[in-house]
Design a protein around this ligand. Structure first.
Ligand code: F6R
Length: 249
Protein backbone atom coordinates (compact mmCIF):
# COMPACT_ATOMS: atom_id res chain seq x y z
CA UNK A 1 0.00 0.00 0.00
CA UNK A 2 1.25 3.45 -0.95
CA UNK A 3 -0.04 6.61 0.66
CA UNK A 4 0.24 10.02 -0.97
CA UNK A 5 -0.77 12.76 1.47
CA UNK A 6 -0.96 16.25 0.07
CA UNK A 7 -1.71 19.49 1.87
CA UNK A 8 -5.00 20.25 0.13
CA UNK A 9 -7.68 19.05 -2.29
CA UNK A 10 -6.08 20.67 -5.34
CA UNK A 11 -2.71 18.99 -4.78
CA UNK A 12 -4.31 15.62 -4.05
CA UNK A 13 -6.41 15.93 -7.21
CA UNK A 14 -3.32 16.68 -9.28
CA UNK A 15 -1.39 13.75 -7.76
CA UNK A 16 -4.27 11.48 -8.71
CA UNK A 17 -4.49 12.95 -12.23
CA UNK A 18 -0.75 12.46 -12.69
CA UNK A 19 -0.99 8.77 -11.80
CA UNK A 20 -3.84 8.25 -14.26
CA UNK A 21 -2.07 10.30 -16.95
CA UNK A 22 1.14 8.25 -16.49
CA UNK A 23 -0.84 5.07 -17.01
CA UNK A 24 -2.40 6.44 -20.22
CA UNK A 25 0.98 7.59 -21.55
CA UNK A 26 2.60 4.25 -20.71
CA UNK A 27 -0.21 2.21 -22.22
CA UNK A 28 -2.41 4.31 -24.53
CA UNK A 29 -5.00 1.52 -24.89
CA UNK A 30 -5.36 1.04 -21.14
CA UNK A 31 -8.61 0.28 -19.34
CA UNK A 32 -9.54 2.57 -16.51
CA UNK A 33 -12.26 2.22 -13.89
CA UNK A 34 -13.82 5.56 -13.01
CA UNK A 35 -15.76 6.93 -10.06
CA UNK A 36 -18.22 9.78 -9.70
CA UNK A 37 -19.08 11.91 -6.67
CA UNK A 38 -17.50 15.12 -5.44
CA UNK A 39 -14.01 13.72 -4.78
CA UNK A 40 -12.74 13.09 -8.35
CA UNK A 41 -14.08 16.32 -9.88
CA UNK A 42 -10.71 18.11 -9.47
CA UNK A 43 -8.84 15.15 -10.94
CA UNK A 44 -11.11 15.08 -13.99
CA UNK A 45 -10.57 18.82 -14.44
CA UNK A 46 -6.80 18.31 -14.32
CA UNK A 47 -7.02 15.48 -16.87
CA UNK A 48 -9.07 17.72 -19.17
CA UNK A 49 -6.44 20.46 -18.79
CA UNK A 50 -3.67 17.98 -19.70
CA UNK A 51 -5.63 16.90 -22.77
CA UNK A 52 -6.20 20.53 -23.82
CA UNK A 53 -2.51 21.27 -23.34
CA UNK A 54 -1.77 18.44 -25.78
CA UNK A 55 -0.02 16.20 -23.26
CA UNK A 56 -2.64 13.47 -23.00
CA UNK A 57 -4.46 11.37 -25.58
CA UNK A 58 -7.60 9.45 -24.62
CA UNK A 59 -8.34 8.11 -28.11
CA UNK A 60 -7.47 4.50 -27.29
CA UNK A 61 -8.62 4.48 -23.65
CA UNK A 62 -11.50 2.28 -22.49
CA UNK A 63 -13.34 3.16 -19.28
CA UNK A 64 -15.79 1.39 -17.01
CA UNK A 65 -17.66 3.26 -14.31
CA UNK A 66 -18.43 1.86 -10.92
CA UNK A 67 -22.10 2.55 -10.67
CA UNK A 68 -25.34 4.14 -11.80
CA UNK A 69 -28.63 4.97 -10.12
CA UNK A 70 -31.40 2.53 -10.94
CA UNK A 71 -34.09 4.46 -12.79
CA UNK A 72 -31.96 7.31 -14.15
CA UNK A 73 -31.06 7.55 -17.83
CA UNK A 74 -27.93 9.19 -19.21
CA UNK A 75 -29.83 12.39 -20.01
CA UNK A 76 -30.85 12.91 -16.37
CA UNK A 77 -28.57 15.57 -14.94
CA UNK A 78 -28.02 13.58 -11.75
CA UNK A 79 -27.17 10.32 -13.48
CA UNK A 80 -23.60 9.13 -13.34
CA UNK A 81 -23.43 8.84 -17.13
CA UNK A 82 -24.32 12.54 -17.33
CA UNK A 83 -21.72 13.32 -14.64
CA UNK A 84 -19.01 11.54 -16.62
CA UNK A 85 -19.99 13.23 -19.86
CA UNK A 86 -20.00 16.71 -18.38
CA UNK A 87 -16.92 16.34 -16.15
CA UNK A 88 -14.67 14.37 -18.49
CA UNK A 89 -15.87 12.60 -21.63
CA UNK A 90 -17.30 15.66 -23.43
CA UNK A 91 -14.01 17.52 -23.02
CA UNK A 92 -11.46 14.93 -24.17
CA UNK A 93 -11.01 12.73 -27.25
CA UNK A 94 -12.24 9.51 -25.65
CA UNK A 95 -14.34 7.26 -27.90
CA UNK A 96 -17.67 7.27 -26.03
CA UNK A 97 -18.55 3.85 -27.42
CA UNK A 98 -15.69 2.57 -25.25
CA UNK A 99 -16.99 4.19 -22.05
CA UNK A 100 -19.17 1.88 -20.00
CA UNK A 101 -21.63 2.68 -17.21
CA UNK A 102 -24.33 0.34 -15.87
CA UNK A 103 -27.65 0.90 -17.62
CA UNK A 104 -29.78 2.75 -15.06
CA UNK A 105 -32.83 2.51 -17.32
CA UNK A 106 -32.79 -1.30 -17.37
CA UNK A 107 -35.66 -2.00 -14.96
CA UNK A 108 -34.88 -5.71 -14.76
CA UNK A 109 -32.21 -5.65 -12.06
CA UNK A 110 -30.93 -9.15 -12.77
CA UNK A 111 -30.50 -8.32 -16.45
CA UNK A 112 -28.85 -4.97 -15.70
CA UNK A 113 -26.30 -6.70 -13.48
CA UNK A 114 -25.57 -9.67 -15.74
CA UNK A 115 -25.28 -7.35 -18.75
CA UNK A 116 -22.72 -5.19 -16.94
CA UNK A 117 -20.79 -8.24 -15.74
CA UNK A 118 -20.66 -9.48 -19.34
CA UNK A 119 -19.18 -6.13 -20.41
CA UNK A 120 -16.61 -6.20 -17.61
CA UNK A 121 -15.78 -9.81 -18.40
CA UNK A 122 -15.16 -8.87 -22.03
CA UNK A 123 -12.76 -6.12 -20.91
CA UNK A 124 -10.69 -8.47 -18.77
CA UNK A 125 -9.08 -6.78 -15.80
CA UNK A 126 -8.65 -3.01 -15.54
CA UNK A 127 -5.25 -1.32 -15.38
CA UNK A 128 -6.38 1.26 -12.85
CA UNK A 129 -9.52 1.55 -10.77
CA UNK A 130 -10.23 4.95 -9.25
CA UNK A 131 -12.36 4.91 -6.10
CA UNK A 132 -13.82 7.38 -3.64
CA UNK A 133 -15.04 6.21 -0.26
CA UNK A 134 -18.45 6.69 1.30
CA UNK A 135 -18.96 7.85 4.88
CA UNK A 136 -19.97 4.28 5.76
CA UNK A 137 -16.97 2.77 3.96
CA UNK A 138 -18.72 1.90 0.71
CA UNK A 139 -16.73 1.58 -2.51
CA UNK A 140 -18.72 1.86 -5.70
CA UNK A 141 -22.11 1.51 -4.06
CA UNK A 142 -21.14 -1.67 -2.24
CA UNK A 143 -22.65 -0.82 1.11
CA UNK A 144 -21.79 -2.49 4.45
CA UNK A 145 -23.09 -6.07 4.35
CA UNK A 146 -22.60 -9.56 5.74
CA UNK A 147 -20.40 -10.57 2.79
CA UNK A 148 -18.25 -8.89 0.19
CA UNK A 149 -20.28 -8.95 -3.02
CA UNK A 150 -18.28 -10.32 -5.93
CA UNK A 151 -20.38 -9.41 -8.97
CA UNK A 152 -22.38 -6.41 -10.14
CA UNK A 153 -25.38 -6.01 -7.87
CA UNK A 154 -28.50 -3.92 -7.38
CA UNK A 155 -28.13 -2.32 -4.00
CA UNK A 156 -30.49 -0.57 -1.59
CA UNK A 157 -28.64 2.59 -0.65
CA UNK A 158 -28.06 3.22 3.06
CA UNK A 159 -29.76 6.19 4.69
CA UNK A 160 -26.39 7.89 5.22
CA UNK A 161 -25.51 7.51 1.53
CA UNK A 162 -28.89 8.91 0.46
CA UNK A 163 -28.38 11.88 2.80
CA UNK A 164 -24.77 12.46 1.68
CA UNK A 165 -25.88 12.42 -1.95
CA UNK A 166 -28.76 14.81 -1.30
CA UNK A 167 -26.39 17.17 0.48
CA UNK A 168 -23.97 17.24 -2.44
CA UNK A 169 -26.26 16.61 -5.41
CA UNK A 170 -29.98 16.52 -6.27
CA UNK A 171 -30.26 20.16 -5.16
CA UNK A 172 -30.35 18.94 -1.57
CA UNK A 173 -33.71 17.25 -2.17
CA UNK A 174 -33.69 14.03 -0.13
CA UNK A 175 -36.85 12.72 -1.79
CA UNK A 176 -35.29 13.04 -5.25
CA UNK A 177 -32.35 10.71 -4.53
CA UNK A 178 -32.99 7.24 -5.96
CA UNK A 179 -32.94 4.54 -3.28
CA UNK A 180 -31.27 1.89 -5.42
CA UNK A 181 -28.22 1.70 -7.62
CA UNK A 182 -26.40 -0.80 -9.80
CA UNK A 183 -22.80 -1.20 -8.73
CA UNK A 184 -19.75 -3.06 -9.95
CA UNK A 185 -18.95 -5.80 -7.45
CA UNK A 186 -15.96 -5.88 -5.16
CA UNK A 187 -14.59 -8.94 -6.98
CA UNK A 188 -14.04 -6.94 -10.16
CA UNK A 189 -12.64 -3.93 -8.29
CA UNK A 190 -10.08 -6.24 -6.63
CA UNK A 191 -9.01 -7.63 -10.03
CA UNK A 192 -7.73 -4.24 -11.16
CA UNK A 193 -3.95 -4.08 -11.53
CA UNK A 194 -3.81 -0.89 -9.46
CA UNK A 195 -6.47 0.61 -7.22
CA UNK A 196 -6.38 4.30 -6.34
CA UNK A 197 -8.60 5.37 -3.47
CA UNK A 198 -8.94 9.10 -3.15
CA UNK A 199 -10.29 10.74 0.00
CA UNK A 200 -10.29 14.39 0.97
CA UNK A 201 -11.79 16.50 3.73
CA UNK A 202 -12.05 15.99 7.48
CA UNK A 203 -15.34 14.12 7.08
CA UNK A 204 -13.48 11.16 5.56
CA UNK A 205 -10.67 10.89 8.15
CA UNK A 206 -12.40 8.43 10.49
CA UNK A 207 -13.62 6.07 7.79
CA UNK A 208 -10.29 6.06 5.91
CA UNK A 209 -8.51 5.07 9.14
CA UNK A 210 -11.12 2.39 9.84
CA UNK A 211 -10.76 1.02 6.30
CA UNK A 212 -6.96 0.82 6.26
CA UNK A 213 -6.04 0.35 9.93
CA UNK A 214 -9.03 -1.65 11.22
CA UNK A 215 -10.04 -5.26 10.60
CA UNK A 216 -10.92 -6.43 7.08
CA UNK A 217 -14.70 -6.79 7.23
CA UNK A 218 -17.66 -6.46 4.82
CA UNK A 219 -19.11 -4.07 7.42
CA UNK A 220 -16.47 -1.64 6.11
CA UNK A 221 -16.35 -2.59 2.41
CA UNK A 222 -13.24 -0.50 1.63
CA UNK A 223 -11.27 -2.53 4.20
CA UNK A 224 -10.88 -5.30 1.59
CA UNK A 225 -8.38 -3.04 -0.15
CA UNK A 226 -5.88 -3.95 2.59
CA UNK A 227 -5.62 -7.27 0.72
CA UNK A 228 -4.96 -5.68 -2.69
CA UNK A 229 -1.30 -5.96 -3.75
CA UNK A 230 -1.13 -2.53 -5.39
CA UNK A 231 -3.32 0.05 -3.72
CA UNK A 232 -2.56 3.77 -3.60
CA UNK A 233 -4.38 5.98 -1.11
CA UNK A 234 -4.33 9.62 -2.13
CA UNK A 235 -5.72 12.40 0.00
CA UNK A 236 -5.22 15.63 1.82
CA UNK A 237 -4.02 16.20 5.37
CA UNK A 238 -7.60 16.53 6.59
CA UNK A 239 -8.53 13.01 5.46
CA UNK A 240 -5.33 11.00 5.84
CA UNK A 241 -4.28 10.42 9.44
CA UNK A 242 -0.75 9.59 10.61
CA UNK A 243 -1.94 6.06 11.35
CA UNK A 244 -2.82 5.56 7.66
CA UNK A 245 0.55 6.97 6.56
CA UNK A 246 2.24 4.55 8.98
CA UNK A 247 0.48 1.60 7.28
CA UNK A 248 2.20 2.36 3.95
CA UNK A 249 4.62 -0.33 2.85
C1 F6R B 1 -19.31 7.01 -6.99
C2 F6R B 1 -19.03 6.00 -6.00
C3 F6R B 1 -19.08 6.28 -4.54
C4 F6R B 1 -18.37 7.56 -4.13
C5 F6R B 1 -18.50 7.80 -2.64
C6 F6R B 1 -17.84 9.07 -2.19
O1 F6R B 1 -19.17 6.48 -8.29
O2 F6R B 1 -18.77 4.93 -6.39
O3 F6R B 1 -18.50 5.19 -3.86
O4 F6R B 1 -17.02 7.46 -4.49
O5 F6R B 1 -19.86 7.83 -2.31
O6 F6R B 1 -18.54 10.15 -2.74
P1 F6R B 1 -17.96 11.63 -2.63
O7 F6R B 1 -16.75 11.67 -3.48
O8 F6R B 1 -19.05 12.49 -3.17
O9 F6R B 1 -17.67 11.88 -1.19
Amino acid sequence: MRVIRKSNYEEASMACAELIASQIRLKPDCKIGLATGSTPIGTYKDLVDMYKAGSLDFSKVTSANLDEYRGLGGDHDQSYRYFMNTNLFDHVNIDKSKTFVPDGLEADAVKACTDYDAILESLGHLDIQLLGIGGDGHIGFNEPADDFCVNTQCIDLEEQTIQDNARLFFGGDLAAVPTQAYTMGIGYIMKSETVILMATGAGKKGIVEKAFCGPVTPRVPASILQLHPNVVVIGDEAAISDAVVAKAK
